[in-house]
Ligand binder design. Structure first.
Ligand SMILES: C[S@@+](CC[C@H](N)C(=O)[O-])C[C@H]1O[C@@H](n2cnc3c(N)ncnc32)[C@H](O)[C@@H]1O
Length: 283
């Protein structure tokens, strides 16, 4: 890992307050990442089970948190129920899901997460151990219809059609392999196109739904689920699930409007700008 890269935990004080962190209570950090939120929970005396899909990130946080003795597992939050049972950690007082990827993914993992790094492979897998299918493979193999459903939710039908035409033409001449192969086709919408591909490669919406349902299952009565998402489609899905839980009288939504970073946080950490935090309290 490059030593000049760091990842600042987003909405840290808001997360600690929402989880109501207390000495001896149990918390699952379902998106361990660089371990920033976990470190703060551990420093307040909470017990932590950390789950991380990406083995490189897990190694990094293992080194960072070694003195605090948390339980750290390489796995996916879709399997939070099985993981927490196998670690004898459930039920818990709080679960945190801080979605998306960390600065390390953009800056040093060399799997094509940043559309600015042209020579990296067009990979975008969070957990290469779990799947062989990369973003380049999707671009080379999917039909026009399949590409439409991959892109249209994120960049809209009109823009998707334009970019898909370019993709179909380009792959006839040379298969997609590295970031610049795609970057050259769509300078304007690069960020959204990379986001759509990352979501598809990692089945992120399906994972989020299973993760949120599983998190509710492992919570104690009175336990809290905190989800931080970074785009409106994720936030909509989280709210849809929270409303369903409320209708089933499983608990209550504590945030009708999302909690967002302060101006001061955004100035210090511009990447926090799009964060939207939601809280659900189990009965
Ligand atoms: C925004 S980062 C978390 C940063 C962390 N809260 C911190 O303060 O350092 C999100 C992390 O979740 C991981 N991740 C994404 N999808 C996951 C999944 N389905 N299961 C487990 N971890 C996942 C990513 O690899 C990434 O390291």
């Amino acid at each position: 890992m490059e030593s000049n890269v760091s990842h600042e935990p987003v909405l840290l004080s808001e997360v600690l307050e929402a989880l109501n962190v207390k000495r001896g209570k149990k918390y699952i950090d379902a998106t361990l990442g660089a371990g920033g939120h976990s470190e703060a929970i551990l420093n307040r005396g909470g017990k932590v089970l950390g789950i991380e899909a990406d083995s490189q990130m897990l190694k990094f946080s293992e080194e960072r948190l070694v003195n605090n003795c948390p339980t750290l597992v390489r796995g996916k939050f879709e399997n939070i129920v099985a993981i927490s049972k196998s670690q004898n950690f459930a039920p818990v007082d709080g679960v945190l899901m801080d979605l998306g990827i960390s600065n390390f993914h953009y800056e040093s993992l060399k799997r094509g997460f940043s559309f600015k790094k042209g020579t990296e492979p067009l990979d975008l897998r969070l957990a290469p151990a779990d799947t062989d299918v990369t973003a380049a493979m999707l671009l080379n193999a999917l039909s026009e219809k399949q590409l439409e459903s991959l892109f249209e939710k994120i960049i809209g039908i009109h823009k998707s059609r334009g970019i898909i035409k370019k993709i179909l033409r380009a792959r006839k001449e040379k298969p997609f392999a590295i970031v610049s192969d795609l970057q050259n086709l769509a300078r304007q919408e690069s960020a959204e196109i990379f986001l759509a591909l990352r979501i598809a490669v990692n089945s992120e919406f399906e994972a989020l739904e299973s993760g949120v349902r599983g998190a509710l299952e492992v919570l104690n009565s009175g336990g809290v689920l905190v989800v931080i998402s970074f785009h409106s489609l994720e936030d909509k899905l989280v709210m849809k699930l929270f409303r369903e839980f409320e209708q089933k009288e499983l608990g209550a939504i504590s945030t009708q409007s999302p909690i967002v970073p302060t101006e001061v946080e955004i100035e210090r950490n511009p990447k926090s700008r799009s964060a939207l935090m939601r809280i659900f309290k189990k009965i």
